[in-house]
Design a protein around this ligand. Sequence first.
Ligand code: TRP
Length: 329
Amino acid sequence: MDKKIILSGIKPTGIPTLGNYIGALRNWRLMQEDDKYCYYMVADLHALTVRNDPAELRQQTRSMAALLIACGIDPNRSPLFIQSHVHQHAELSWILGCVTYMGELNRMTQFKDKSAKHADNINAGLYTYPVLMASDILIYGADLVPVGDDQKQHVELARNIAIRFNNAFGETFVVPEPVMPKFGARIMGLQDPEHKMSKTDTNPNGYISMLDEPAVITKKFKKAITDCEPTIAYAEGRYGCNNLLTIYCACTGKTMDEAVKEFEGFGYGKLKTAVADAVIAELEPIQAVYRQYMDDSEELDRIIARGAQQASERAQITLDKAYKAVGIR
Ligand code: TRP
């Protein structure tokens, strides 16, 4: 049986939130099944598209790698690597850029959003960001790419690039498909439950960082915005309540029906405490493993170096194929 190849990446910008964990990282762990082979990557090159502090990037890249292991990515099973350690990505990106139309890149909503947000630094890297991402994906022959809904458009572009290249130069790339998490794709902000939880929220009470201490988690849930309804229910328009219930289910494995039944006749006080406890139970063990790897930098270095070697061997095969296809070798 041919294993499905999975590739996903996360930028090392800041500590991921509970939303990133439930919507993405937790699924990365769960995808490591016998019929799949997963590559997981810290996308440090992509982090350069906004002005960055070098020391901070270095630190956050290591920290993200440690956190991925702590989330249950098993480096003995799934190569875990830093994007820039595999030089082939940037090389393939040039070739792919030559079969990508500006019209396509102009349509990318993330580019439009980021250009508006960083109007003083609309650089070419921000523009060609999706081409590098296509390279990340196509270089491993990934069949499936787990992403949040904000990245789906980029995976679709990678598909189109692969198909166009194959048509022009012969079968070279596997045509990838995005996979969206079945559950918990959208964890909303605690202070503004109509918008996605974001680590760039100016109010830190709006999000749970994966490294928040238990007391902080409890405090943030206590302050979470809900509504004035007397009962706990999962219902249209009850954004805050729905979000707390969703988080509760995601962290306990309970179904929505079970959760709603559990809180029947109780108010928000009980729900908030229960959610906070469930989140703490989920995050505390992750935080402990994270600290262990951050304290043992040699072990972390070893894992990352091995990941880069495994990834690079695979990447080189695709890169050679692509060079040959276009007539460069
Ligand atoms: N652009 C993705 C994000 O911001 C991160 C990323 C980079 C990625 N390369 C990738 C995700 C390849 C999936 C596949 O979340």
